[in-house]
Design a protein around this ligand. Structure first.
Ligand SMILES: [Zn+2]
Ligand SMILES: [Zn+2]
Length: 422
């Protein structure tokens, strides 16, 4: 029986630039091809010759999985297999990436256009054949449109999770916990050592916080990522039937418009529609200024306060103790959001000042925590190879050791450039 070879091109002991090449029976397929940001400069995965690729499977739209893809469309047009929703959101995010990156990006709108023309759309639970390979796609529960991919060849079955969440959120159904028998699982490890608090409890604390602030005449600013988190927050607010005015700003508006065209990917599409209908979509600066004048809720990117209209709202609102800033996503160290949480200060433009409004952080993660990762891995059969990717150096090895000890499975924590045989 011929072997299957897995080449780690990116995302080995790092979170960013995910890229995995799989070779079997003369076929080569690629899972994701992302970008990583360190010190502002984009870093791409190891090279792969696009003309040798038979198909690319894109797990979801986040740039750490999609941001390198246009590089593969400079001279070739490899088939890009993903959900229609992921393709459209990816286009939006890469357009924005090109726009903000300026001259140093090694591709342009033309390559993005070729990429979009190469999309073969699939849905959850679809199967397809690529020569001797059989491929199936499952909901990954991470962001709207996200998939896990199961690949079968030579009587072997391999799963690539992409980014994954097994719990139900307001917006999305969790990824299925019951998986078929696998010979290898390539699984993300973002929260290798961290457990998330109970989701319902977090929601309740969040709603209580909003109620306290707005009933007291204040405004709650919720800086949130455009894709997924903004809509999740709006759905939570709607599910608890809060009557306060809600304002939606930034790229979250464009992302929401795309999502509204794809009902099938949502857990409760009606809730999403109602949540988005109830919100006031900002259409210009006068709307923005108005939103700062009356008690209510403002949802606006960027999620870590690194640019976007959230910065405008911070300048307007954060000096007033009546108001609040509720951060709802992971804050990368060094970002203004992280600095705000750690030291209670914000750069208001002219100088760095103490923030007077209430500042809180809520864990509405869209990734499995440590507990959920172990739950998935604990169900694997005894000869399944566990390949851990997409995790911070240090933490990811710790998770690996834990799996070996607890489940006696073979664990591989590859570095970029490593090759694994199945
Ligand atoms: Zn992601
Ligand atoms: Zn990711």
């Amino acid at each position: 029986m011929t072997k299957i070879e897995i080449d780690i091109l990116g995302g080995g002991r790092e979170v960013g630039r995910s890229a995995i090449l799989l070779k079997a029976n003369e076929k080569k397929v690629l899972f994701d091809y992302g970008v990583m940001f360190s010190d502002g400069e984009p870093e791409f995965p190891l090279h792969v010759a696009p003309k040798e690729i038979d198909a690319i499977f894109l797990s979801h739209a986040h740039l750490d999985h999609s941001g390198g893809l246009p590089l593969l469309y400079v001279t070739e047009n490899p088939k890009l297999i993903t959900t229609k929703l992921t393709a459209e959101i990816t286009e939006l995010l890469i357009q924005d990436f090109i726009h903000i990156s300026g001259y140093f990006l090694p591709y342009e709108h033309l390559e993005l256009k070729s990429m979009m023309q190469s999309v073969t759309p699939i849905n959850y639970n679809d199967s397809m054949k690529i020569g001797p390979l059989t491929v199936k796609f499952l909901n990954a529960g991470h962001i709207p449109g996200s998939i896990m991919t199961i690949l079968e060849v030579n009587n072997k079955r391999i799963l690539y999770t992409g980014d994954i969440n097994t719990i139900n959120t307001r917006l999305l159904k969790g990824a299925p916990k019951k998986l078929p028998k696998l010979d290898a699982i390539i699984i993300e490890s973002t929260y290798a050592t961290v457990n998330h608090p109970d989701r319902k409890e977090t929601e309740k604390k969040f709603i209580k916080g909003i109620t306290e602030v707005v009933d007291n005449g204040g405004i709650v600013l919720i800086p949130a990522f455009s894709v997924g988190r903004s809509q999740e927050v709006l759905c939570i607010i709607r599910a608890y039937k809060l009557k306060y005015p809600v304002t939606l700003d930034g790229m979250a508006r464009k992302a929401s418009r795309i999502m509204l065209r794809h009902p099938r990917f949502f857990r409760n599409y009606k809730l999403l529609v109602r949540a988005l209908e109830k919100a006031k979509w900002v259409s210009g600066w006068s709307d923005r200024r108005k939103a700062c004048k009356k008690p209510g809720i403002i949802v606006s990117p960027a999620g870590m306060l690194k640019g976007g209209n959230a910065v405008f709202y911070m300048k307007k609102l954060a000096r007033n103790e009546r108001n609040a800033v509720f951060l709802v996503s992971y804050q990368i160290p060094g970002t203004p959001g992280h600095i705000l949480l750690e030291s209670g200060v914000f750069n208001f433009g002219k100088k760095v000042e103490k923030v007077k409004s209430r500042v809180e952080w809520f864990d509405f993660s869209s990734h499995c925590g440590r507990k959920e990762l172990l739950e998935i891995i604990g169900k694997m059969k005894k000869d399944t190879k566990v390949i851990l990717v997409h995790g911070e150096e240090g933490d990811i090895e710790k998770l690996g050791e834990e799996i070996v000890e607890e489940f006696k499975l073979e664990v591989i924590v590859p570095k970029n450039g490593d090759k694994i045989e199945i």
